[in-house]
Ligand binder design. Structure first.
Ligand SMILES: Cc1cc2nc3c(=O)[nH]c(=O)nc-3n(C[C@H](O)[C@H](O)[C@H](O)COP(=O)(O)OP(=O)(O)OC[C@H]3O[C@@H](n4cnc5c(N)ncnc54)[C@H](O)[C@@H]3O)c2cc1C
Length: 622
């Protein structure tokens, strides 16, 4: 079969893009011929040296390094620009670092425990990379990275050599900049945007990998963009960096033994696509059951989960049956609980209630973005109130007699000074002062660690340990963590493997044709890439950075020298939480005819981004 006839046969069909279809056709060809010919059989819409799937920290780190080593890179992102960045954009921004490589190798081995992966060799490579994170981040323009102390398992050998750092100006624990303000992700994003040999396509989800069924080489990706599927060729490699399966309930059931853990991050687009694509081309998986979980409040309506809910120990936590669950202050190291001496995934019920009394409510806000007296959350129904325990339990659908028995037992422990059930020692206060309150809390998914099994170069492996040619994985998708996990090693790990992979994929692949197979066509340009807003007279567009570095875009209409209207064109702030910033600040700016007004506490980052956007629009007024 000539190249031309195969190409004509497959042209324009989605099936033509798939290794499966090719498998039926190719076996009749000699392997060598197929290796030269496969790329001629596909109708390509664009070609690059490398395609990186997912614009989180892991994808950005690969793209930056590959571009700096001379590669032309396409960075594909399923989310619209304002919502891109996955967990990287909202995470604490801590980056792993070591003061003593040898000792840190011991620490990571101890975190692995009796698990057999990652190999010693991979741990050593990882720690070598960890030692380079600090200088690399500085080379990207971070002015003053700060090392701080956060060791999650201090009892393990080598732990005191572990010293994460942040570029956020603080550890991200202060209420005004909780979560590190997206600082590290913003830095990576800025570095991506200023590199001319990186092309970013937003709203362009990778759908399937294009694999030669005989050689198993991955030649490109079928991408859903502008309402159609197109094929994009990668001359050297494809990198999967599209996060985990935080928002794929079916995969959670299959791999995590839960019907659904809501996602506590920004991972709304992390639906396990990388796992599906990897399985499709013959990859093995690892670390699928290793999960990072927290106990949080989850608002189903807005799909909003808190991060760092502070109310678990205001009173006691009871399960759906009304009985007490655990020491409300138990050490929970990234979702691992110490169960009789070994660290295990969360043994908690699907949901629980934090039950407390008036004294518990008076201890202060339950989350750093919530009201001091919880009144706003009581009004929203997030905090349920009952004048009596019976009334509260009726609202919750719990058996009041069982809940009261749990509370009576707890009060006895408080009086006697010892929690005989779970050994809690903190905040030992009685629950006996009406009214009573409850918040439904849920084990939420921070991130997953599982995905394609990889070797020390980040290449994806089959179940037989063979390399799938031209395919790599990075970030939390198939990360090295099999057992216990130390904070700062996911985002930081994506940087480590990002540099390893980025260098490798910049090398021209010698096993496939490196010339163009585009028949002289120009590369496809997505329609959204040229999206512009139409502006009337006296209208100005301004942009600011919201939480996690996502843009807030506004259109300001002037009436002479007065602000007549402010319209928000784009924003991706947290629904339910950021609303007051838009609802209250916009009328005030119009009334006072300035962007320079006070922000709103608890939504400082959104307030800042909105003010910056309006300020930038006003700066253009002649
Ligand atoms: C609340 C919280 C705090 C954390 N704090 C830290 C910390 O301080 N330090 C640390 O090291 N780790 C931290 N983690 C973990 C860490 O944030 C993540 O594991 C890490 O950022 C993952 O990076 P990533 O690039 O692999 O994935 P992500 O950052 O999630 O990015 C994946 C990207 O891929 C895109 N995508 C998905 N599917 C497709 C597709 N089919 N095609 C194209 N694009 C696609 C997504 O939209 C997303 O933009 C935290 C996690 C959470 C939830």
């Amino acid at each position: 079969m000539s190249n031309l006839s195969r190409k004509d046969f497959l042209k324009g069909t989605a099936a033509g893009a798939l290794g499966l279809a090719a498998t039926h056709l190719v076996p009749v060809m000699a392997e060598e011929e197929s290796a030269q010919a496969f790329e001629q059989t596909i109708d390509w819409a664009a070609e690059f040296d490398a395609i990186v799937i997912g614009f989180g920290g892991a994808g950005a780190s690969v793209a930056i390094t590959a571009a700096d080593n001379g590669a032309k890179v396409l960075l594909l992102e399923k989310a619209p620009e304002g919502k891109a960045g996955g967990n990287s954009a909202i995470c604490m921004q801590w980056i792993c670092n070591t003061t003593d490589k040898e000792a840190t190798v011991k620490y990571i081995k101890a975190l692995r425990g009796k698990f057999t992966t990652p190999s010693d060799e991979m741990i050593e490579r990882y720690v070598d990379g960890m030692a380079e994170n600090f200088e690399w981040i500085k080379s990207l323009g971070a002015e003053d990275p700060q090392v701080f102390n956060y060791v999650e398992f201090p009892e393990l050998e080598g732990s005191d050599s572990f010293a994460p750092f942040t570029v956020a100006g603080n550890t991200g624990m202060s209420p005004d900049a909780f979560g590190g303000d997206g600082a590290a992700y913003r830095l990576l994003k800025d570095n991506v945007m200023k590199r001319e040999n990186i092309t970013v396509w937003y709203e362009a989800g990778a759908k399937r990998l294009i694999q030669d069924g005989v050689t198993k080489i991955v030649h490109g990706v079928t991408v859903s963009v502008d309402g159609q599927d197109i094929n994009v060729r990668a001359r050297n490699a494809v990198v999967l960096a599209c996060g985990g399966f935080e928002n794929n309930p079916e995969m959670q059931q299959d791999y995590a033994d839960r019907y659904f853990w809501p996602s506590t991050g920004n991972a709304h687009f992390n639906t396990g696509d990388g796992i599906r694509m990897a399985l499709d081309v013959g990859a093995d998986l690892w670390h699928m059951s290793n999960l990072v979980t927290n106990i949080e409040f989850y608002d189903e309506e807005n799909q909003y989960a808190t991060f760092a809910f502070q109310g678990t120990g205001r009173g006691i936590m009871v399960g759906p049956d009304g009985t007490r669950v655990a020491d409300e202050y138990a050490r929970r190291c990234h979702g691992k609980f110490n169960v009789n001496g070994t660290w295990e995934n969360s043994p908690l019920p699907d949901y629980m209630y934090s039950i407390f009394d008036e004294n518990g409510r008076a201890q202060g806000r339950l989350h750093f973005t919530w009201s001091d007296d919880s009144q706003e959350e009581i009004d929203k129904g997030w905090v349920v109130k009952g004048e009596t325990m019976e009334e509260l339990c009726e609202k919750l659908g719990l058996d009041a007699a069982i809940v009261q028995a749990s509370i009576d037992k707890w009060n006895r422990f408080v009086d006697e000074g010892e929690d005989l059930a779970f050994g809690r020692t903190k905040n030992m206060v009685r629950i006996d002062t009406a009214p009573y309150y409850a918040v439904k809390i849920t084990p939420c998914m921070g991130n997953t660690q599982g995905g394609p099994r990889k070797n020390i170069d980040g290449q994806v492996l089959t179940p037989y340990g063979e390399v799938i040619p031209h395919l790599y994985t990075n970030g939390e998708l198939g990360d090295i963590w099999s057992n216990c996990y130390q904070a700062s090693c996911n985002l930081g790990g994506g940087m480590i493997f990002g540099r390893i992979i980025g260098k490798l994929i910049a090398e021209p692949a010698e096993d496939i044709y490196q010339g163009s197979v585009m028949d002289g066509k120009e590369n496809y340009v997505p329609a959204g890439a040229n999206m512009e807003y139409e502006l009337g007279e006296n209208e100005y567009i301004g942009e600011g950075q919201g939480k996690g570095g996502t843009p807030i875009k506004v259109k300001v209409t002037m009436d002479g020298d007065k602000i007549a209207r402010i319209e928000v064109l784009e924003q991706a702030e947290t629904a339910g939480i950021s609303d007051p910033a838009f609802e209250k600040l916009i009328p005030e700016m119009i009334e006072k005819n300035t962007a320079d007004i006070d922000g709103i506490s608890g939504v400082t980052l959104t307030s800042n981004g909105l003010r910056e956007a309006v300020r930038n629009a006003l700066a253009q007024v002649k």
